[in-house]
Design a protein around this ligand. Structure first.
Ligand code: BEZ
Length: 327
């Protein structure tokens, strides 16, 4: 029996090698966001576009809200070919392909428009080339879920106020390192578990983006919004490398173009809507504090020290891109 790695390698070879013949496919696409979320809507639009472009040959059934498991589960399913496609946080990818942790350099991007420019760069795109070989998935392009902020309780006004606070984070190493550097008690938790944890006091606060604060009304269980923009939060459109290997060249191009356009459209949506969501949050019954790199004292430098060791080259590359795309 072939080992998993050998199977992955042959699937990866097929990514750039032989293409299958065209045949009708009923694809399944998984993601963890709830039905009205920007990612879920984009996934459905992609499905419609693929069906139209293929003259009804191909369909995409979208499974939102962790119906197929958390992102780690879905990544395994993509690797085995049990799942065809996913829109997934780069956070999950960065737990296995360390270079991707470089996107989470605190304050790499100034705001969502800057984050979008970084994610659209050739350098960011080139990072996707390693995915078939290392993870058994094909990355067709980046989306995002806005910038990260901290919504919390306890009347926090400075970083010292976050010390010891249980802050929910998305489960990935780069984020864990940041909150450890702050001196908080980071509590990794997948998105669907966040609302209850905040509402029942299991955590003091949450690391979150503005869309979801508005959409899921997390603010009703918090007293302070720290508008930090402290990290970007990329997403990637993925196809199983095994599934890809069986697709015709024509289908690969169609899927890559249409899914690429769908995730890129997500970037545009966040650029256009982020300020509006922030305005809504300002009007909520929370203290609204605008914080920057200085707010976090030495924590950013501490994070950078850790990640220089792990992904120094990728950090440097993305810093260069950030400088070149800063307006
Ligand atoms: C989160 O873990 O906070 C998250 C995941 C996916 C989309 C948006 C947010």
């Amino acid at each position: 029996m072939k080992t998993f790695n050998a199977l992955l390698a042959s699937a990866a070879m097929a990514v750039t090698g032989f293409a299958g013949t065209a045949q009708a496919e009923e694809f399944r696409l998984g993601l963890i966001t709830p039905p009205p979320h920007v990612w879920t809507l984009a996934a459905e639009e992609f499905g419609t576009a693929l069906s139209e472009a293929s003259g009804g040959e191909h369909t995409v059934t979208v499974f939102p809200a962790r119906q197929l498991g958390n992102e780690a589960d879905m990544l395994q399913q993509l690797q085995s070919g049990a799942l065809d496609m996913a829109f997934m946080t780069v956070a999950e990818i960065s737990n296995r392909a360390t270079d991707f942790g470089a996107f989470y350099q605190p304050f790499l991007a100034d705001d969502m428009a800057h984050a979008a420019a970084i994610l659209r760069s050739d350098e960011a795109r080139a990072m996707l080339d390693q995915l078939p070989g290392s993870l058994g998935v094909v990355g067709v392009g980046y989306g995002s879920a806005g910038m990260r902020h901290i919504l919390t309780n306890g009347g926090v006004t400075d970083a010292a106020g976050l010390a010891g606070q249980k802050i929910r984070i998305t489960p990935f190493e780069a984020n864990l390192d940041f909150y450890n550097a702050i001196g908080a008690a980071p509590t990794p938790m997948p998105l669907p578990a966040v609302f209850d944890a905040l509402a029942n006091g299991q955590v003091d606060g949450i690391d979150m983006d503005s869309e979801l604060i508005v959409l899921l009304r997390y603010h009703e269980h918090a007293d302070t919004m720290l508008r930090t923009n402290h990290m970007m939060f990329p997403m990637v459109g993925l196809v199983s490398a095994r599934v890809w290997a069986g697709l015709s060249e024509e289908d690969r191009t169609m899927i890559s173009d249409l899914m690429g356009a769908a995730v890129d459209g997500v970037l545009t949506t966040y650029v256009e809507r982020d300020a509006g969501w922030q305005e809504e949050i300002r009007d909520f019954d929370v203290t609204y504090i605008e914080a920057d790199r200085d707010f976090f004292g030495d924590a950013v430098a501490e994070w950078e020290g850790i990640w220089e060791e792990r992904a120094g080259e990728a950090l440097e590359t993305l810093r260069g891109v950030a400088d070149a795309t800063r307006e």
